[in-house]
Design a protein. Structure first.
Length: 150
């Protein structure tokens, strides 16, 4: 911070800055299946080092529900929050799948149900509730499924 302040003080040109409060606390990445502004299913991922806890209820899920409705989101979206003093603060809304969504698929196959809804082969009430109480982690190695040489 001292180096930044020193560099800023030596700048002769005026410019605008956008500042954001530093938010302490855990980050929740909520993977959402939205259909025409309705939150059909959601799985929040809370990171703990190499593993993640999957949540299917709580303040972050309710925040995601309000945002999906407010912006009439559709498909798979990712909404990120950071909890500070027990209050979720919105970080960003990504109108796309998140890279870590593969972990949420342990609770519910969101891409499958998104395709089924988009194709009209399912309705929101057909989508099952995500599995609760899961902890997930990467295995960190490749597996050989077949040996093409044999």
């Amino acid at each position: 911070m001292a180096v930044y302040r020193s560099a800023l003080a030596q700048t002769r040109r005026a410019f605008s800055l956008m500042l954001m409060e530093y938010l302490e606390g855990p980050e929740r990445s909520v993977d959402c299946l939205a259909h025409q502004g309705e939150l059909v299913a959601a799985v929040a991922r809370l990171k703990h080092g190499r593993h993640q806890s999957l949540e299917t209820s709580g303040a972050a899920i309710e925040g995601a529900r309000r945002l999906v409705e407010r912006y009439r989101l559709d498909g798979i979206v990712n909404i990120q929050f950071r909890d500070t003093r027990g209050i979720p603060h919105l970080l960003e809304i990504n109108a796309r799948m998140a890279g870590g969504m593969l972990y949420s698929c342990a609770a519910l196959n969101l891409p499958y149900w998104s395709a089924m809804l988009a194709l009209g082969l399912a309705q929101p009430h057909d989508v099952p509730a995500p599995r609760e109480g899961l902890r997930v982690a990467p295995i960190g190695s490749a597996l050989t499924l077949t040996n093409e040489a044999s």
